[in-house]
Design a protein around this ligand. Structure first.
Ligand SMILES: Cc1ncc(COP(=O)(O)O)c(C=O)c1O
Length: 375
């Protein structure tokens, strides 16, 4: 009897066995389908990497233990002690903490580029500048980056472009096709999609960059576990369907939220008055994603009343799950910034981030409407 499972089984093992020394030598000559040690590679994590690589149309991909370790890997591929990196000012707070608080300690310096200067980079590039890190759709203000324009500038300045594509996913935008050198994701979010995995991925335009990223992943011990790889690969199978539903629901809610008197502003690229709406439309495959932010009165108690009055939508400091949740950037993702930095970015006391799920939108409006009435 031959056993042929339709889906890949979970290879929940830390190590693989060899028959003899010849088998070991064969592995080192051509790792290929043979495996040695899960930190080096495992069928479940390799499958996930290959699937994401295909979606992003990359030359190679490496999965990691988290989105943070994916960013770390991408930076370490290009930069070492004595080097300098640029980072878009509007970025996930954890990314800026990694750069400002940790990588500076090992000799990699960072400069943040305000959005007004991002397409010229005039005055920011030094002799030792290696890369620019930016997000396709920024967290949490939903600013959309013109990736083709950004890639042209980076090429002119002879630096690499690393794009965090977490909020968009490859269903909406494929940065490598627009000129980025590396794409990273927090796979924790849309790619796995069910709020039950923490994972990351680095996808590269050049195959040798992926080989170097794999070396860093192995040696720094940034690998993903087989079970999380399996779960993420399972979630990934429905990415396209989920992104369509997330996007349709988010657009409907953004339009509805704009009409509510308690709301001062709604930030969603699908709204015609969003500053990059036309760009989002052309770069985003007609979809705008499932993330939006809105501003209530800038009073902590108004935010508290809103949160407490929600029945079905929890306050959960993550995003991109199939069920809707809210988060509070000033107190979670961007907590590490100073109050002045947050204010400059528009992350005020009243700013709430909504991760729109794939439920019926009618029920979401009822829950949000009730909470807004309590504000
Ligand atoms: C845009 C973005 N990039 C990276 C990360 C880090 O990912 P992880 O939490 O999987 O390490 C996050 C986490 O929220 C994120 O929102």
């Amino acid at each position: 009897m031959s056993i042929s499972p339709k889906t890949t089984p979970i290879y929940q093992t830390s190590v693989f066995t060899f028959d003899d020394l010849n088998a070991l030598e064969n592995y080192f000559a051509e790792p290929g389908p043979q495996y040695m040690y899960t930190r080096y590679g495992n069928p479940n994590t390799d499958e996930l990497a290959q699937e994401i690589n295909q979606l992003e149309k990359g030359a190679g991909a490496v999965v990691t233990s988290s989105g943070m370790s994916a960013i770390l890997t991408a930076v370490l591929v290009y930069a070492q002690a004595g080097d300098h990196v640029l980072c878009a000012e509007e970025i996930y707070g954890g990314s800026s903490s990694l750069l400002s608080q940790e990588l500076t300690r090992v000799g990699i310096s960072v400069t943040y580029v305000p959005t007004v200067d991002i397409y010229s980079l005039e005055g920011y590039v030094q002799e030792n500048t290696k890369l620019l890190l930016a997000e396709t759709i920024s967290n949490p203000m939903m600013m959309v980056m013109d990736l083709q324009r950004l890639a042209q500038t980076c090429q002119q300045k002879n630096i690499k472009l690393v794009i965090d594509n977490t909020f968009a996913s490859p269903v909406i935008t494929r940065p490598l096709g627009l000129g980025a050198d590396v794409v990273i994701h927090s796979v924790t979010k849309y790619l796995s999609g069910h709020s039950d995995v923490t994972a990351g991925v680095v996808v590269t335009k050049e195959a040798e960059t992926a080989t170097r990223a794999a070396q860093i992943m192995r040696t720094w011990g940034l690998n993903l576990s087989p079970f999380e790889g399996w779960l993420a690969a399972r979630g990934l199978k429905t990415l396209k369907l989920r992104m369509r539903e997330h996007s349709a629901n988010a657009l409907a809610l953004a339009q509805w939220l704009q009409q509510q008197p308690q709301i001062q502003a709604v930030f969603y690229p699908g709204l015609p008055d969003h500053p990059q709406h036309e760009l989002a439309k052309s770069q985003g495959n007609g979809l705008y994603g499932g993330m939006l932010s809105f501003r209530l009165a800038d009073e902590a108690e108004a935010v508290n009343r809103f949160m407490r009055a929600l029945t079905h939508i929890p306050f959960a400091p993550s995003l991109a799950g199939v069920t809707t949740s809210i988060s509070y950037p000033a107190g979670t993702s961007h907590r590490g910034l100073t109050a002045e930095q947050r204010e400059n970015l528009g992350i005020t006391v009243g700013l709430i981030r909504l991760s729109v799920g794939i439920e019926e939108v009618k029920g979401l409006k009822v829950d949000l409407g009730k909470a807004l009435a309590a504000v």
